[in-house]
Design a protein around this ligand. Structure first.
Ligand code: BDR
Length: 338
C-alpha cells in the first residue's frame, strides 16, 4: 500500500514538473535586458535640500543617458563611516561608475583607491578629495565663493565692524575652503575684525543650532548683539544660526550671509532675517557627475576640474528669472519611479 502511494506521488510530481517546464517561456525566448550601466550617486548626506537637488540632477542625466542610478548616502553629512560603507559596497557590487561627494577629504581616499584598482571610474563632486584617483572634480569654486560672501558682508557693513563665522564640519573640504575665502576677504579691510572663528556647526541643523547659541552668547547684551555680521558656510549651519537668532530675538538685527538655499532660508531672505545667500547649482552638479561617468565609460577625455557657478542671492535679485532658475529647482523628477 505504502509503495503504491509513493509511486503515485512520484508520478504526480513528474507530471507537475513537466507541465511547469512546458508552460513557462524558455529563458532563451525572453527578451534579454540590455545591460545598462549602473551609476552610484553617493552624497554626503540626504536630509539637506541641497542633496535632493543633486539627486534630481543625477536622475535627469540617468534618464537622458539610459543608465541605472543608485542613490545612497548617509543621513547625516558628518557620518564618515556610513559613507565609507556605501562606497565599499558599490565597489563590491561592481557598479559601472561612482559619483561621490566625500564627507572627508582624507577618509574617503581608501574606498576610492579600491574603486580605481577595480577599474570603476570615480567622479568627485561638491567637495574635494586628497587623491589623484578620481577622474574629474565637479564643484563650486568654494574658496572664491567664500571670498564673494566675505566681500558682500563687508559691503553691507560699510567695510567696518566685528564679524563672526560659524564653521562647518572639520575635514570637509567644501566648507573649509569657503571659510578660507571668507576670512581672506574680511582681512582685506583694516576696519573689520573677525571676533569669532572657532565654533564648528557640525553636520546637522541641530548641532549647528547649539554651536550658534555658544557663538552668540558672549556677544549678547539683552536684546542686542555686540556683533555686526555673521557668515555660515552651508545649508545646515545657515539654518541652525537662523533658528538661534530667531529664538534669541536677534534675527534681522545683524547682517547675516549664509550659503545654499531652501524654502525656509529663502523665506528668511525675503523678511530680511538673512541678508544674502550664496546659491550653488546642485542640480547641474548632480547632472554633470552622472554624465561624466558615462563619458568616461565611452572613452571620452574628462576635464580634471569643472566649475559650477555660485550666485549671491539678495532681496534685489531673488525674483529675477536667472536666479529663480537656480533657487527654485524642479524636483518633481524625484517623484517619478526610476
Ligand atoms: C552642503 O554641504 C556642502 O558640501 C555642499 O556644497 C552644501 O553647501 C550641503 O549639505
Amino acid at each position: 500500500m505504502l509503495k503504491s502511494r509513493f509511486t503515485l506521488a512520484l508520478m504526480l510530481l513528474a507530471v507537475a514538473t513537466a507541465s511547469v517546464y512546458f508552460l513557462l517561456p524558455k529563458a532563451a525566448s525572453l527578451p534579454q535586458p540590455t545591460a545598462r550601466p549602473i551609476v552610484a550617486l553617493v552624497p554626503m548626506g540626504t536630509t539637506d535640500e541641497y542633496w535632493k537637488a543633486v539627486h534630481a540632477g543625477g536622475i535627469k542625466a540617468a534618464k537622458e543617458l539610459n543608465v541605472e542610478l543608485i542613490w545612497q548616502g548617509p543621513i547625516r553629512r558628518d557620518d564618515r563611516s556610513s559613507q565609507l560603507d556605501v562606497v565599499d559596497s558599490m565597489v563590491i557590487r561592481g557598479v559601472s561608475g561612482i559619483v561621490l561627494a566625500p564627507i572627508d577629504n582624507m577618509a574617503l581616499r581608501s574606498p576610492v583607491n579600491d574603486a580605481y584598482l577595480s577599474h570603476i571610474p570615480v567622479i568627485v563632486i561638491d567637495s574635494d578629495l586628497a587623491s589623484d584617483k578620481q577622474e574629474s572634480f565637479i564643484r563650486t569654486d568654494n574658496e572664491a565663493a567664500g571670498f564673494l560672501a566675505g566681500e558682500h558682508l563687508a559691503s553691507l557693513l560699510g567695510y567696518k565692524g566685528r564679524v563672526a563665522i560659524l564653521r562647518g564640519v572639520e575635514g570637509n573640504s567644501s566648507t573649509d575652503h569657503r571659510e578660507v575665502g571668507f576670512i581672506k576677504a574680511i582681512r582685506q579691510h583694516k576696519d573689520m575684525q573677525i571676533v569669532s572663528d572657532s565654533q564648528h556647526g557640525g553636520g546637522t541643523t541641530e548641532s549647528a543650532y547649539k554651536a550658534s547659541e555658544n557663538l552668540i552668547a558672549p556677544f549678547k547684551n539683552a536684546d542686542k548683539l555686540n556683533l555686526d555680521g555673521i557668515f555660515c558656510p552651508n545649508e545646515s549651519t545657515t539654518f541652525g544660526m537662523l533658528r538661534a537668532l530667531q529664538d534669541g530675538g536677534l534675527a534681522g538685527k545683524i547682517k547675516f550671509v549664509g550659503f545654499d538655499f531652501s524654502p525656509k532660508l529663502l523665506a528668511a531672505l525675503r523678511t530680511g532675517e538673512i541678508s544674502a545667500l550664496v546659491a550653488q547649482d546642485p542640480v547641474t552638479m548632480g547632472y554633470l557627475g552622472v554624465k561624466a561617468v558615462v563619458d568616461k565609460l565611452q572613452g571620452k577625455e574628462l576635464t580634471r576640474v569643472v566649475d559650477v557657478k555660485a550666485t549671491i542671492v539678495t532681496q534685489k535679485n531673488i525674483d529675477e528669472p536667472a536666479v529663480k532658475g537656480i533657487i527654485e529647482p524642479d524636483l518633481s523628477i524625484l517623484e517619478t519611479k526610476r
